[in-house]
Design a protein around this ligand. Structure first.
Ligand SMILES: C[S@@+](CC[C@H](N)C(=O)[O-])C[C@H]1O[C@@H](n2cnc3c(N)ncnc32)[C@H](O)[C@@H]1O
Length: 426
């Protein structure tokens, strides 16, 4: 149980809290006076008694619960991400808000935003988490927050207000979005969604029964979903190679036949597309995941495999495609120091097996297509339709489709011609 903070701690806590709020505003994570007020008001350290005041107000997660194997299963999320997600939720006074995944702190921030006329429900599968959240919310004066123990995969109907929630904030990694029916038309849903293993926090508005993304996506990581909505990574190991392939979306393919291919030197297909050493390329990985049939993510156990995939993938897990007994994987080669001295790399595709060079060519073409048409766009527009509903009307261009259990998720990549990162332009 928490030791009540002593008076001197309170002064120091408030100083650190204001410092954090200022930092988050300066970095663009806090953009409204309401969010700024909430962050300056809610005493984060009371929800994190296991760490020092400095750690409670650092811009980092606080792990609060571990599985027997040491894995973090509950945490107070990083303040910058909480601020980004709360801003994206556009919570107004009087709103009915559902938080999925509890801890107490974020629910208290939501309660500040929804005000005395609002209604906040926070839900967690783990009774130890809800017990703790209930205790800290009462201690900090946010006892109006309704705390519920349940698996979010089966949201109890009694929790849903007439007309649905105005906002749902999901604070646990989720493979699917089974909550469209619980959201009011025009309401906001913010969720860290897994698409082929890539995690993006996405802000959606409900429009005619579907969820439309309308803000830049945020690359993020959250603790794993438990219960009936836990995802299956469909991880397969190529015998004797230490190479693992995962299909989180789409149908897993057989892998045993790949073993001979992975013991030989690969072909190398160049793309002439370059990237800086500090430049993220998450959008390319997501684009390839949606564009290439048979897409999977490749990891190598370096204890077993020091030689087969040489050089080993530098970004884990890497993008790969399987074509029968052949495989291609994305790699990148250093081609210089870059203007900032952090290195400049060219995307290359390694092909394994008799048809590996063909698969590599196919992947390289998609890298070039992304470069020509989509690199200038930070992220795709994402739409989630209820799986049971009608299929969306045909559009002029074909969106990428991820078929989930409860939803059908489409990605539309805006056409934004871009020449940066092409080798010929330096
Ligand atoms: C990152 S923590 C939540 C952080 C919290 N919102 C805060 O104040 O920062 C994620 C939580 O999701 C919960 N969770 C995991 N699977 C769940 C499920 N199926 N239904 C509800 N909660 C779940 C975990 O028990 C964990 O406490």
């Amino acid at each position: 149980m928490t030791t009540p903070p002593v008076a001197t701690d309170l002064g120091e806590a408030a100083r650190l809290r204001y410092q954090l709020a200022e930092h988050l505003a300066a970095a663009g994570h806090v953009r409204t006076p309401a969010a700024d007020h909430a962050l300056r008001t809610v005493p984060r350290h009371v929800f994190a008694p296991e760490v020092s005041l400095e750690a409670a107000y650092a811009n980092d997660i606080v792990a609060t619960r571990h599985a027997p194997d040491g894995q973090v299963i509950s945490s107070i999320s990083a303040p910058w991400l909480q601020a980004d997600m709360l801003e994206a939720a556009r919570i107004q006074p009087g709103h009915h808000v559902l938080e999925i995944g509890s801890g107490g702190y974020n629910a208290a921030l939501i309660a500040e935003l929804a005000g005395p006329t609002g209604h906040v429900t926070t839900l967690d599968i783990d009774p130890a988490v809800t017990e703790r959240a209930t205790h800290f919310l009462a201690e900090t004066g946010y006892d109006g927050v309704r705390v519920v123990t349940a698996d979010a995969e089966h949201l109890p109907a009694r929790l849903i207000p007439d007309g649905g929630f105005d906002a749902i904030v999901v604070t646990v990694d989720t493979w699917d979005l089974p909550w469209i029916g619980a959201l009011a038309e025009g309401g906001r849903l913010i969720a860290p969604l897994r698409l082929h293993g890539y995690h993006w926090a996405i802000g959606f508005t409900k429009d005619h029964g579907a969820l439309l993304s309308d803000e830049p996506l945020i690359v993020c990581g959250f603790v794993a979903m438990q219960g009936d909505g836990a995802w299956n990574t469909n991880r397969r190991t190529v015998p004797g190679t230490g190479v693992h392939l995962s299909w989180e979306d789409g149908t897993p393919l057989p892998v045993d036949q790949l073993a001979p291919a992975l013991t030989r030197q690969p072909t190398v297909t160049r793309t002439d597309i370059t990237v800086g050493g500090q430049e993220p390329f998450d959008a390319l990985m997501l684009y390839l995941a949606g564009a290439l049939p048979g897409f999977c993510r490749l990891e190598v156990d370096l204890e077993i495999n020091k030689r087969v995939l040489n050089p080993p993938p530098q970004h884990w897990p890497g993008a790969a495609i399987v074509r029968g007994a052949s495989l291609a994987r994305l790699a990148h080669e250093r081609i210089g120091d870059g203007d900032d001295g952090k290195g400049r790399y060219e995307f290359v595709v390694h092909g394994y097996g008799t048809q590996g060079h063909v698969a590599a060519q196919e992947m390289a073409e998609q890298v070039k297509y992304w470069q020509r048409n989509h690199r200038g766009a930070r992220c795709p527009r994402i739409t989630a339709y209820p799986a049971a509903g009608r299929a969306p009307a045909d559009t002029d261009h074909q969106p990428q489709v991820f078929a989930k259990k409860h939803t059908r998720i489409t990605l539309d990549w805006p056409i934004v011609p871009n020449s940066t990162g092409s080798r010929s332009t330096g």
